[in-house]
Unconditional design. Structure first.
Length: 181
């Protein structure tokens, strides 16, 4: 009986270890490089702005050296001048880390609605003064994006500080309200 109890205990422990290993692989392996903002809105700007504009950004980190993105928006109150990725947590303004359109060697932004696609590589990463990201530090920007500490911002002639904002996150929540929906 004692051998049998020891055998059962060994099997249970082996099973528990196997489940733990699979669970940790699932967590570590669940990040596929997909990033997005559930929505971009003037209400998410700091301070909030009243705009009927809406937008989304989708991005994918490839091979740890390239971010492919697609920014789409519509209903802006005035012409878009630039769009950037900024480094900051929800509800806080942060420095510009990379251009999406309207500068930095990226295409012009669509006027008041449309989509723009492109890539960000190390040479596109800007110094974020006082925030610990130096020019060319792609890994730092990618880590901040994976952690949900970047946001996309569309600047317009009517709202130079930004008309649309959306937090970028792996889950795609990115709505800045602190919940999961």
């Amino acid at each position: 009986m004692r051998k049998r109890t020891g055998l059962v205990l060994a099997v249970v422990l082996a099973g528990a270890l196997a489940l733990t290993a699979l669970a940790s692989y699932g967590v570590a392996g669940s990040y596929k490089g997909n990033l997005k903002s559930k929505r971009m809105s003037g209400y998410l700007e700091v301070p909030s702005v009243s705009s009927s504009g809406r937008g989304t950004i989708e991005a994918r980190i490839r091979n740890g050296s390239t971010i492919e993105y697609k920014l789409s928006y519509s209903g802006l109150s005035s012409t878009a001048s630039a769009a950037h990725v900024h480094f900051a947590q929800p509800g806080v303004n942060g420095g510009i880390a990379a251009f999406l359109c309207g500068g930095g060697g990226k295409p012009a932004c669509p006027a008041t609605s449309g989509s723009v696609s492109g890539t960000i590589v190390a040479g596109d990463v800007l110094t974020v003064a006082g925030q610990g990201i130096s020019a060319g530090e792609f890994a730092e920007l990618a880590a901040a994006m994976k952690a949900g500490f970047t946001y996309a911002n569309v600047h317009t002639s009517g709202f130079a500080g930004g008309e649309l904002r959306g937090q970028i996150s792996p889950s795609g929540n990115g709505d800045g309200d602190g919940d999961d929906d």
